[in-house]
Design a protein around this ligand. Structure first.
Ligand code: MN
Length: 236
């Protein structure tokens, strides 16, 4: 399988710093295996930036299954925080995808960064958010419409760096030529609806232009958070 990919990150219009991290940091194409990861850090005194960077470094250096790499990243962040009192309590979300030469995508995930599959103009959210709003939605307490604008929509219920133990979700997707995969931080999805995201994925054929269009849409809606977008197009 051949892939073409592009990654973009932007601080948004409100935040002073960018605590998101993404890998790879350059666009390209090739047959795979390809690793793509997005992390959204949190914590005071720039600790969020440290947590998301450690998460990305750990998953790129590991050879394990993606969900196990997420668990390894958790351990690395907890250990780093124990050594530095100013980084205590730092955390991050993490979504990592390994795109195989045979077209198999394996995903590891914790938090509210998301991986979507865009196939035949349909947008499917592969990862499940570990967030308060996702729990409210699952319990039927709020509607999907209310979830998109809920004031607590950035509260995560599972993240890396909080506890020595973390459970990472694992997903497997069998990709087909023409598929597009989007991995993004909540700075996109809290500002731009799934319908708008799907329209942009449909309208823009090139990975890099698509990434920029999504960032522009999030900033156009207010850009209240850091925005990170990774696009992987599945070619022949
Ligand atoms: Mn965020």
């Amino acid at each position: 399988m051949n892939y073409s990919w592009a990654t973009t990150t932007h601080p948004g219009l409100v935040r002073d710093s960018n605590e998101d991290a993404v890998f790879p940091d350059s666009d390209g194409s090739g047959p795979g295996p390809l690793l793509v990861a997005v992390a959204d850090g949190m914590g005071g005194h720039a600790a969020g930036e440290v947590a998301s960077r450690i998460a990305i470094e750990t998953v790129t250096e590991s050879e394990a299954e993606p969900a196990d790499r997420v668990v390894e990243a958790n351990q690395a962040i907890v250990e780093a925080a124990e050594k530095r009192s100013d980084q205590w309590g730092m955390g991050t979300t993490l979504t990592v995808g390994v795109f195989g030469e045979d077209g198999t995508l394996r995903v590891g995930h914790v938090g509210d960064t998301r991986l979507y599959l865009f196939r035949r103009a349909n947008l499917l959210q592969v990862t499940k958010d570990h967030s308060l709003v996702a729990e409210y939605l699952a319990s039927g307490a709020i509607s999907a419409e209310e979830a998109e604008h809920h004031p607590q929509r950035n509260v995560v219920t599972r993240a890396l760096g909080i506890d020595r133990q973390v459970e990472a979700d694992a997903h497997t997707v069998h990709l087909r030529p023409g598929d597009r995969v989007l991995i993004c931080s909540d700075g996109l999805t809290s500002m731009v609806s799934d319908n708008e995201v799907a329209a942009i994925l449909d309208a823009q054929p090139a990975a890099q232009a698509t990434g920029w269009a999504l960032i522009e849409a999030a900033n156009g809606a207010g850009g209240e958070d850091n925005i990170t977008v990774a696009i992987v197009d599945v070619l022949e």
